[in-house]
Design a protein around this ligand. Structure first.
Ligand code: PMV
Length: 337
């Protein structure tokens, strides 16, 4: 018997991935950029055990047995076993039992599958002695998972090749590059989302003309601008691009037919508050971004946290399920309520 436990954090996209050009290989229509949180908060912890006694693969998520025949899970295990055969790993010939737990709401639009698949693939790679890039395998579990296998600021390149071998994640800058950066996560609702990102994306690719426009005309230039803003630590530009991209992703969801709504009234009120605050300050002090759910991720610099945090707690005393303060880069976390 051999076993390994891995921890992988969620990542928060500032240039969003939305739409696939190949469903099976999970190849995206556009590049995306995110920041991976620290391993101390919002993580998936996954244990993988390989044994001669197991006659099938099994998988538990948060203590409940899940379908281990999901094509994505099968694909990931198959890919990593192929790599393991090249290094003649004995463990790779055995079946595995996988046990994964998230320390934050699962499937509530907080990138739980990204953390989960990143931890699983890192665990399998370590168990089987596989070295080198594992982002292309994690990508086949959940697209955004490829960004969680690296720390700091990460770019997922859409790639050009039909087999997806160049659709990988690379580091833009390490976690230590922007030590003043902080993230506040406002958990507006921790329930499971109505539309999975998989079904939402499929619907958008089929019906939204705006998605095509976004992918071809907006994201390529915006991605370059974002890389530059991160590298030069230009918060003003970083914040503007982050908010614009979140808004455009949710506009694409609305342009989808039938439309998809991930944000709710509290989410919209948070956007208004951020713009009002930035307006009073005369520059961008805070940036919001929302994934496939109503929960807000707010980027800001450490010096601005106390004032903005107090404001949030006064304006939304009872609307939020919880507030998580991600003291970032390296991100050390304390849960405040
Ligand atoms: O990797 P998925 O299938 O969970 O899709 C994630 C999509 C967004 O979270 C909405 C955007 C992103 O880039 O993370």
């Amino acid at each position: 018997m051999a076993f390994v436990t891995c921890i992988a954090p969620v990542n928060i996209a500032v240039i969003k991935y939305w739409g696939k050009r190949n469903e099976e290989l999970i190849l995206p229509l556009n590049d995306s950029i995110s920041c991976t949180l620290s391993t101390e908060q919002m993580c998936a912890r996954t244990t993988v055990v390989a044994s001669t006694r197991y006659n099938e693969n099994k998988f538990w998520l948060n203590g409940k047995e899940e379908n281990s025949n999901s094509p994505r899970l099968i694909n990931c295990i198959k890919d990593i076993k192929e790599k393991a055969e090249k290094v003649e790993s004995e463990a790779s010939k055995l079946n595995v039992h996988i046990c994964s737990e998230n320390n934050f709401p699962t499937a509530a639009g907080l990138a739980s599958s990204a953390a989960g698949y990143a931890a699983l693939i890192a665990g399998l790679a370590s168990l089987y002695g596989v070295k080198g890039d594992i982002s292309a395998i994690a990508r086949k579990g959940s697209g955004s998972a490829c960004r969680s296998v690296l720390g700091g600021w990460v770019r997922w390149h859409k790639g050009e090749l039909a087999d997806g071998s160049d659709s990988i994640a690379t580091e833009i800058a390490p976690a230590s590059h922007w030590p003043e950066m902080r993230i506040l996560i406002l958990v507006v609702n921790d329930a499971r989302k109505k539309h999975s990102s998989t079904s939402g994306m499929k619907q958008s690719v089929k019906t939204s003309a705006f998605l095509k426009y976004r992918v071809e005309k907006i994201v390529p230039e915006r991605t370059d601008q974002m890389v530059k803003a991160i590298k030069t630590k230009d918060f003003e530009t970083f914040a503007k691009l982050t908010m614009q991209d979140s808004n455009q992703f949710h506009s694409t969801c609305l342009d989808t037919y039938p439309p998809i709504h991930y944000m709710n009234d509290t989410s919209h009120a948070i956007c208004d508050l951020v713009h009002a605050y930035n307006n009073i300050k005369g520059c961008n002090k805070v940036a919001y971004t929302f994934d496939a759910g109503p929960n807000a991720c707010l980027y800001m610099l450490e010096q601005d946290v106390p004032e903005f945090f107090t404001l949030i707690m006064n304006v939304f005393p009872s609307d939020l399920d919880s507030v998580e303060y991600v003291k970032g880069m390296p991100l050390k976390v304390s849960v405040l309520s």
